[in-house]
Design a protein around this ligand. Structure first.
Ligand code: NAP
Length: 282
């Protein structure tokens, strides 16, 4: 039976490291602060914003939630971002997605100052991830990497198969994996015979959002399986992997909840601190 990749334990470890760093900045007179912009009342976004507030405040990062009605004009959101970009009190800006349909996600993402872009959505940060330079990168792909490395899983030289080429998880993860010297295959909805690829994986990562997409016959015995998918069910959330059956085949496996998702919010906070450095430490 597979050993668990325990996201909650790693999140605890990371929180302690980040708290120490926050304290060091405080000694230098820098009070870290995160702004979250929420447009509309999408129930999941409201929950995610509140959870960020809890984690930030618990770790000693000041937090402001800017909740705007769903019919707010795009220009008003851009004005708010402009204010926050120029306000030295704020080191990180995060936009809760999805935005209402009348607001262009691309325009909003590009308006955030790259050094404050804690979710890594700005075109400059997306370019840095591609070129391998330092920047602010999306938290969920970073969570996959931290989960593996801190669990003692070697990435270098391994064949990593990623299922899902979404902008938030799958696509950025390709470049982070390349940076860690993995050989990467990426699959998506047009991949023919998905199992023939997933069975080749030393490390298999699913980032799709489909219950039971990854079944036991699609996993090489002893492989490491990371489930980044989140699916809502009547009994709470679950991932993309048929956990009960795949855990009998895999060598290591991440649960949902308690795997990748447990690290995501904490890594946004680490990005706030990285942002302070990128902004010149003030
Ligand atoms: P997305 O943009 O909707 O991308 C989903 C990807 O899955 C697409 O590339 C799509 O292929 C592919 N796909 C769909 N059906 C497939 C199939 N049958 N076989 C193979 N590939 C298939 O989603 P995302 O924003 O990247 O998020 C992916 C998952 O991660 C979601 O479940 C989301 O909830 C979860 N997530 C988790 C966290 C966390 O903290 N753990 C954070 C963010 C997101 P095409 O490109 O061909 O359409």
């Amino acid at each position: 039976m597979a050993e668990l990749l325990d996201g909650r334990a790693i999140a605890k470890e990371l929180k302690e490291e980040i708290k120490l760093e926050i304290a060091k900045w405080k000694e230098k007179g820098v009070e870290s602060k995160l702004a979250v912009i929420l447009v509309g009342d999408d129930p999941a976004s409201v929950i995610y914003a509140k959870s960020k507030q809890r984690v930030a405040e618990d770790m000693g990062i000041a937090f402001d939630l800017f909740a705007m009605p769903g019919d707010t004009l795009e220009i008003a959101v851009l004005d708010l971002i402009d204010c926050l970009n120029n306000d030295m009190e704020f080191h990180g800006i995060m936009i809760e997605l999805p935005l209402p349909k009348h607001i262009s996600k691309e325009k909003i993402m590009a308006a955030v100052r790259p050094e404050k872009d804690v979710d890594g959505g700005h075109p400059i940060n997306r370019g840095y991830i591609l070129s391998g330079e330092e920047g602010l990168f999306p938290a969920t792909p970073l969570s996959c990497i931290e989960l593996l490395l801190r669990s003692g899983v070697e990435i270098s030289g391994k064949h990593v198969v990623i299922v899902g080429r979404g902008e938030t998880v799958g696509k950025p993860l390709v470049f982070l994996m390349l940076k860690h010297n993995a050989t990467v295959t990426i699959c998506h909805s047009r991949t023919v015979d998905l199992g023939s690829f997933t069975r080749q994986a030393d490390i298999l990562i699913s980032a799709v959002g489909k219950i039971n997409l990854i079944t036991e016959d699609m996993v090489k015995p002893g492989a490491v399986v990371v489930d980044a998918g989140i699916n809502e069910t009547a009994n709470g959330i679950c991932g993309d992997v048929d956990f009960e059956k795949v855990k009998e085949i895999a060598g290591r496996i991440s649960p949902v909840p308690g795997g990748v998702g447990a690290l995501t919010t904490v890594l946004i906070m680490r990005n706030v601190l990285k942002g302070i450095t990128l902004q010149g430490g003030c």
